[in-house]
Write a new protein. Sequence first.
Length: 462
Amino acid sequence: MKFLYLTLSVIFCTQINCQITGQEQIRITNSNSNNFETIEEKVIEQADTISNELELSNKVKTKNIEFKEKKSAEKPSLIENKNIEGVSTLPSSTKITVEKPQSIVKQSKSEDLEYIEISTESLKIQDKSLDDDVKNAKDLDIPTINVEGNLKQGQKQLGTSFFKTKVAANSQSTQRSPTYQQQTEMQNVVNQYKKTAPNSFEYHFYKYVAGNYNVGLIEDLNEAFKLNPKNVDVQIQYAAYNFIKNDHENLKQNLDFLLENKKIEKELLIYAKHLLESVPTSGILLTHGFDDTYSALYVQNNLNIRPDVQLISMDFMQSEYYRNSLKSIGFSFPIFLNIDVNFFKSFCELNKTKNLQISMTFPKPYLQEIESNISVLGLTLIYGENPINLAERNETYFNEMENSKMIANFSTVKMKKLSSNYLPLLLSLKKEYEIQENKAKVLEMNKLIDKIKFQAGLINMK
């Protein structure tokens, strides 16, 4: 068993990936039907493989093809967010006890302990079952590659290989870009489809997805849409494309489709509203994965709530067109090929005068790089040269929060886990009330904190 000490001023829930951002439902589409069938058994098997080992070990043999993948040697540690978006990656069986803080962020290791200490309170977390960390691939933060029904077996195996590689790429805790090996493996699959099924949905769709938001490949996405206009994953890619291209009308249609098909959960919109309300007028919000980005886009574009907030997606920064668009309005970019923790750190430093606010869905390795320059503000972490005391603003934000009672009463698994991202705010308020010796408010915060911890699966309540 491992013990992790997290403290709150930043990262407790950033990494509780309680969202098990879990976002994406992995589905399989039958080409003769518009119905979407969830394929639980295959998905669970794939998710277990990826979350526990992130290994790619398929052998695919077709008539003239032998496709091999290499295993990844590393098993992800518990402290990593496997990009199961939205909350920190801790299994549902986790136990938590609260201890007093020490320094602002300090990391030390022994055989059984790993500490990350941040200024508000530290949390002692005991992992009971690392293998239970991800139980179902519909909880993974990935574009959910659907497989068509009338393919030959060899082509289906190629599709599965592409799917697993893309899942692994999106499950990295330190970068959004695929590794060189992952990109090569995806491109190899695309090349094999080009030889064996150049007119298929899979060829055109996988080619576009392997382009990592390359808007120059839009004709392939259009061809995939013609072959399967009801495919949810196509609509996810269209939504990203239309956001990058600043086409808000078509983006609204894509987002409506995703809500209707339950890719965006309705309860997630409550979280997205609270996330956007954390940002002051005309502020800038950095998002990380599917849940925080697409739900915030829906609230902005389809509900017309907080359209003043400039939303910037780390994931979409893989697109050169998107980066150039941001450059044109005054953002500076580091010269890095990969969108990773080093890129993120440099981007924040280069744009430090813009009061960037960072969604708590970012994995811990990103936040550790900038921990001395961030402070809790609502559901975000505000970046600045020096951390600032935001107690008054946080109190106002919480008191004015719409649907505040919902945060301890979410009904879906994803939202229950994601609710842990409210804890840094609540713990910071509790600390301030303790300083003020406001016992009634301290008691109120303690009750709400316990409810959310229980809801998120962080403690057991008798």
